[in-house]
Design a protein. Structure first.
Lengths: 329, 362, 278
């Protein structure tokens, strides 16, 4: 890369549904997004990672001065890229929101695979809740239902806004919500009212499963892929009786946050980045292997990462052994 | 008699000695693993809680190894655990397992049944033999908890990741093989020096988090997804509030003598709970208050799904957290708990506590 | 006692909703409904809320573990302006302790004589309810069904999806376990290897032993994901299988659908009828 390339921080958020990339201008203060990408993970995080980086290399000339990885695939991404910071997505989301508004006290986040509520006071996370159990509270569920009703997901929110009397859709579980919806559809209820009812049910589920006993004070941020849904925003505003702010890059806040954390860590440590370099990541053959360890009855599921035939890292072993790397040494 | 029993953390080391002292052959099931849970779940009603399913799985695996009897603890309420043995007995019977089911509990009603149980257990053992077995078992129970605590203090400070867990495993194996109280003491003194050698030179004071909650899920690493280890690797020194030896002392010896009193716990939980609510609910609240007073950085509360006393405690803990300025994380575990989400919660909690401590300049 | 008493109506959609939106996760449906009743009452404006802590109502036994923590749970959902009145009812050391507990609780508000009088009136009223006609439904099809389960479910038509009404409509005679007095269920439960130490479970199993050869079928009614009821289910299944008595398990939660319930009840009654005809 030439010296004319722009210095940037790379943030990667690898989730089970989507993998998001963000580049932040290293010379600007705060979060100045110069490039972003939203890709489907489709069960293959390694492929998604490489595809994203390939897009990045094509769409500009960058000098990466720091890398952060977050999301459920953060360990994997961290090893493959040589990330400077590997952190959970709750901390990342909070960091990103704070960079937009230091007064944020509540973050509602609904992504493809889970939903989160983060409570902050004076710029510090003081409480959080996360729902990973129930699919009915996630973006994937909305996607599915939009598909079933034959409405493009981008228009889902607008359709919901047309409704004058949303129907009541019961249940917090996908199965229940779906069967109730089918029932309402058969009764001939207007589609807009069903869509609105679905959004309302999601808001209700979100608040009853995550917000019980918590004080949702302003300023309230709504982020994650589902924040694009205007219907959801309206029902959150109605239920909480206060304005909800949706940040400009609501869909990649995790990636922004982790890039900021990487910048912070590198500045603190006065260290150069551990990033392996775009070309070397793109050129190398990275393979993941998952197998059941037979060394004890725990039968842990071990994930191993190999690059060009060399062992990189492994996790999953409850005994703390480093997979086969330990056996060979 | 070849006797098997359900696991609770590393307690098998003490139970084995006790059974040997009674002149029996202990049949220790394999350490709880995924297969254990799968088997236990398969033969249990879906609603039963994690401890029930795991212990049933342990029994089945013990029976596979040739056990003729199953030893289980009982009770007379209000905790549901007191009735688990009876249900497990019925389930094993329905599976056609011809085993003697021995429930350890204070007799009530049908006394002859208990005399038979007791006789089967003590058999013709000589009193001296029994006494030495019991004291060896007691020494091992105390020692294994001491080893575990040393590991909790060492892990966040270890030089090489994983070294503590490996060393603990090694010392537990030594302890298991020990045949006299003296050997047990020697192992302890070697280990306390050994753990010190694993430590890196201290940089920062690690965060200190206390763990409270329902006794089984707190003590059993399989059901809490190795919570203590995970926290250790995140640089946290875990402070236990529950000890099995303490529990045995309080609930078996002191209660039998009428010396056990909830008054100190009640005093700590004053203003939050009116008193005993079954299980460990009162303890969870009282200990959290205690941890806050001892200036710990946070509390992790562990409970199995559908454990009512702990669910009440869970509802009250946010208030304790506000009043005493101590962050609290409640973790509900069942067989569907995903490792990913669990780990993310722990990391986010540790981050949160870290930032808070940094800001308070503790 | 001279109080103006405000009671909540039988459980309905509004009350359940109040409970569902506030009650801590992991609680069972009846508990959520209870919290709903509490919130409903609080909205009506009151100074004192009566929620006793029922630890034990029969010597040597406990009530459901959920009831032990009930006042402490409820405390979280009431404003500080409402005072919680919750005498501990603990019959572990004798049934007389319960009367004593009520009396002591009342002394703060009235003279001993008046409290005693009130207590006697209350007991008489309760006795009248408890000794009301035991069986209901119709004998149209000549089928007899025993309903097992805690009273807070069998007696709450909204929570159990009007089970009794639906069975009556099917022409079935229904008896709930709670209708049998302890003088029947206590001796009957002695034949069990280990007598359950929860009153509701002991009553259910005692009633089952008493009725095994007198009814056509048994329906267990349980809150979804209740551990105690799951254990009871194992024992009921064992007993009914041994005696070839038909058994249907029903779990209720906020997602239960009334349509599914009718289908299952109809099928169960058909099965009983076929069995009876041989």
């Amino acid at each position: 890369m030439g010296s004319k390339s722009k210095p940037v921080y790379l943030g990667v958020d690898v989730g089970s549904v989507s993998t998001n990339f963000v580049l932040l201008d290293a010379e600007a203060a705060g979060a100045s997004v110069v490039w972003k990408k939203y890709l489907r993970t489709q069960g293959a995080p390694l492929v998604a990672l490489k595809t994203g980086l390939a897009h990045m290399a094509q769409e500009g000339s960058w000098r990466i001065v720091g890398v952060g990885a977050t999301g459920s695939g953060r360990e994997l991404a961290g090893v493959v890229l040589g990330a400077d910071v590997v952190k959970n997505e709750i901390t990342a989301h909070a960091t990103a929101a704070l960079s937009y508004d230091s007064n944020v006290s509540t973050i509602l986040e609904i992504g493809g695979q889970d939903s989160k509520l983060i409570i902050l006071r004076d710029g510090v996370v003081v409480d959080f809740a996360m729902n990973t159990v129930c699919a009915a509270g996630t973006g994937s569920f909305l996607d599915q239902q939009a598909h079933r009703l034959g409405i493009p997901i981008d228009e889902f929110g607008q359709v919901a806004l047309r409704s004058t009397s949303p129907v009541r859709i019961a249940g917090r579980c996908t199965v229940f919500a779906e069967s109730d919806m089918v029932h309402k559809q058969q009764l001939g209820v207007d589609i807009a009212d069903i869509v609105a009812g679905l959004c309302q049910a999601m808001v209700r589920n979100f608040l009853s499963s995550l917000a019980k006993g918590k004080e949702l004070l302003p300023t309230v941020f709504f982020q994650g892929g589902v924040a694009a849904n205007a219907g959801m925003r309206r029902f959150f505003e109605e239920t909480l009786a206060q304005p909800i702010y949706i940040p400009e890059h609501y869909d990649v806040m995790g990636a922004i946050g982790i890039a900021l954390l990487a910048a912070e860590a590198l500045a603190e440590g006065h260290k150069p980045t551990r990033f392996l370099g775009l070309e070397s990541v793109l050129r190398s053959e990275v393979a993941a292997q998952v197998y059941e360890c037979q060394r004890c009855p725990n039968a842990c599921e071990i994930s191993e990462i190999w690059r060009d035939g060399t062992f990189l890292a492994s996790w999953g072993a409850r005994c703390g052994r480093q997979g086969r790397a330990d056996q060979t040494s | 008699m070849r006797i098997t029993f359900p696991h609770l953390g590393n307690a098998y080391i003490a139970v084995e000695s006790l059974l040997r002292g009674l002149g029996h052959e202990p049949v220790t099931p394999p350490l709880t693993n995924r297969q254990t849970l799968e088997r236990g779940s398969f033969h249990s009603p879906a609603e039963m809680c994690l401890p029930f399913k795991i212990s049933l799985g342990n029994m089945l695996e013990g029976i596979d190894l040739g056990a003729e009897s199953v030893l289980m603890i009982g009770g007379w309420g209000p905790c549901r655990l007191g009735y688990y043995g009876e249900i497990q007995r019925l389930l094993l019977e329905a599976l056609g397992k011809e085993v003697e089911f021995i429930t350890l509990e204070v007799p009530r009603g049908n006394y002859s049944r208990y005399m038979v149980h007791l006789q089967k257990l003590t058999g013709s053992t000589k009193f001296d033999h029994l006494r030495s077995g019991a004291s060896l078992s007691w020494a091992k129970l105390n020692a294994l908890e001491e080893l575990e605590i040393l590991a909790l203090q060492t892990r966040p400070r270890e030089k090489k990741r994983g070294a503590t867990t490996g060393y603990l495993q090694y010392q537990l194996e030594q302890l298991r093989a020990a045949e006299t109280v003296q050997e047990v003491e020697e192992i302890l003194s070697t280990a306390s020096r050994g753990f010190l050698r694993l430590r890196a030179r201290e940089q920062n004071r690690p965060l200190r988090l206390g763990v409270v909650g329902e006794i089984y899920t707190v003590m059993d690493p399989f059901s809490n997804l190795r919570l203590e280890e995970r926290l250790g690797y995140l640089g946290v020194e875990v402070v236990r509030t529950i000890s099995l030896a303490e529990w045995v002392k309080n609930h078996i010896f002191k209660k039998a003598l009428g010396l056990y009193s909830l008054a100190p716990l009640r005093r700590l939980a004053a203003g939050y709970l009116r008193g005993f609510i079954g299980g460990h609910g009162l303890e969870s609240i009282a200990r959290s208050v205690d941890l806050a007073r001892k200036n710990l950085d946070g509390v992790v509360h562990v409970l199995p799904l559908s454990c009512m006393p702990e669910i009440v405690a869970r509802g009250i803990l946010p208030r304790v957290s506000r009043d005493h300025g101590i962050p609290v994380l409640s973790l509900m575990v069942d067989e569907h708990t995903g490792e990913g989400g669990f780990q993310t919660r722990l990391e986010a909690f540790v981050d949160m506590v870290q930032r808070r401590v940094g800001r308070l300049g503790k | 006692m001279g109080f103006e008493v405000i009671t909540s109506p039988p459980t309905n959609q509004e009350i359940l909703e109040l409970g569902l939106t506030a009650c801590v996760d992991g609680a069972c449906l009846p508990l959520k409904a209870f919290v709903g009743h509490v919130r409903f009452l609080v909205n009506r404006g009151l100074e004192l809320l009566f929620v006793p802590q029922a630890i034990s109502v029969v010597p040597g036994e406990y009530t459901c573990t959920n009831l032990l923590g009930l006042p402490d749970l409820v405390q979280q959902y009431i404003p500080s302006s409402v005072r919680l009145l919750s005498p501990a009812l603990d019959a572990r050391k004798g049934a007389g302790k319960i009367s004593f507990s009520y009396l002591r609780c009342g002394l703060e508000f009235a003279s001993a004589l008046r409290v005693l009088k009130a207590w006697q009136t209350a007991q008489a009223a309760q006795r009248q309810v408890d000794t009301a006609p035991k069986a209901n439904g119709s004998t149209g099809r000549g089928l007899n069904i025993l309903i097992l389960g805690p009273r807070y479910l069998t007696d709450d038509a909204y929570l159990n999806g009007d089970l009794m009404g639906k069975l009556a409509a099917l022409g079935v005679q229904v008896t709930a376990a709670a209708a049998f007095p302890d003088s029947i269920t206590l001796p009957a439960s002695r034949s069990l290897a280990k007598r359950p130490f929860w009153t509701s479970m002991r009553r259910s199993l005692g009633a089952l032993e008493h009725c095994l050869h007198r009814v056509d079928g048994v329906i267990s009614l349980a809150p979804f994901a209740c551990v105690a009821e799951a254990m009871q289910g194992v024992m009921v299944a064992e007993r009914t299988a041994k005696t070839e008595c038909a058994h249907l398990e029903l779990h209720v939660d906020e997602h239960s659908s009334p349509v599914g319930l009718v289908t299952r009840l109809e099928a169960f009654c058909d099965l009983l009828e076929r069995k009876r005809r041989g």
